[in-house]
Design a protein. Structure first.
Length: 319
């Protein structure tokens, strides 16, 4: 019997306290705690089944430790968007939901779809991801409090103002921590310098790309656009030709690229000319901005691949 016959597809459902593991070919279910002892048992058990692929959902970082440990043992790991798993379950007629069933659905998805292996972040990158994610939370809370302030009076307004002042201090401190952390790593520092050399791209976009799109510079332009959810999807049926749309991908990357596109339209001559040409051709502003987001991303992807900084002359030639 060939070795490939013995390979197993394994799905792992991740929660805060437990990891539910389902080995498809052996119809076996295991549960491990999110502790050092539990994770050690997870790796040992998974290796014993000679896995072809271990698949997990992206669960707000709860999957990182298990994925990192398995990757360190040369276990093939894919981390996928939870929406893909939900859509697969619906298409398969699996409507019931328990942790064991979810793990089995993920294993079935792994065998049917065979998603690409994920670049598993190391501890250093995980730390940066946590800081960048925390920054987004602070910005969100700050916006909420400023909105509440419009209708607040008296003691309520005083309380909100105090909280706003505290959030702004925390935001300043975190920005300094992120800058210091990136500055302490020659690799991260070079990546930030390359991306920030492009007009309209600032430190927030640069640090977000490092943290949440580590594939930048390693994939072709089409694949990197799909990763970010900026690849236009067809909506055609028979003779009907629907409008193209974007969907899925990494929302946190799209949000910072949106701000970069607005900045680029003002300060980057290539992006501004590209935007104006789309508007002149009758494209809606929202569509034109999305196209600018994609252009910024694929340009940064090429710059990261060649480890070269922005060149206006070179970009004008390409345009």
């Amino acid at each position: 019997m060939s070795q490939s016959v013995n390979l197993a597809y394994i799905g792992i459902d991740v929660s805060k306290e437990h990891l539910d593991v389902y080995v498809l070919e052996h119809d076996k279910h295991f549960q491990f705690t999110q502790t050092e002892q539990g994770l050690s048992g997870l790796v040992k058990t998974v290796k014993s089944f000679n896995p072809a692929l271990v698949t997990m959902e992206s669960t707000g970082g709860l999957e990182n430790m298990a994925a990192s440990l398995m990757a360190s043992e040369n276990i093939p790991v894919a981390i996928v968007n939870p929406r893909q798993i939900r859509d697969f379950a619906k298409a398969s007629g699996i409507l019931a939901k328990t942790d064991e069933i979810d793990a089995r659905v993920i294993a079935l998805f792994a065998k049917a779809i065979k998603p690409n292996l994920s670049p598993v972040p190391d501890e250093t990158l995980n730390h940066l991801k946590d800081m960048v994610a925390r920054r987004r939370q602070l910005v969100y809370m700050l916006g909420q409090e400023k909105n509440r302030l419009f209708a607040a009076k008296g003691l309520t307004a005083m309380s909100i103002n105090k909280h706003i002042a505290w959030l702004e201090r925390e935001l300043d401190r975190l920005d300094k921590d992120i800058n210091d952390f990136i500055g302490s790593s020659p690799l991260y520092k070079e990546k930030v310098e390359i991306s920030m050399s492009m007009p309209g791209c600032g430190p927030i976009l640069s640090s977000s790309l490092i943290a949440f799109l580590p594939e930048l510079g390693k994939l072709n332009n089409k694949k990197i656009a799909v990763m970010a959810g900026l690849a236009p999807l067809n909506r055609d049926s028979g003779k009907m030709r629907g409008r193209r749309f974007i969907r899925g991908g990494r929302k946190n990357i799209r949000s910072v690229l949106y701000m970069a596109a607005l900045s680029g339209i003002r300060f980057n001559p290539v992006i501004r000319a590209f935007y104006q040409s789309l508007i002149a051709r009758g494209k809606p502003k929202k569509v034109a901005i999305t196209a600018c987001m994609r252009k910024i991303l694929v340009t940064l992807n090429a710059m990261a691949r060649t480890r070269s900084e922005w060149s206006l002359r070179e970009q004008l030639v390409k345009a």
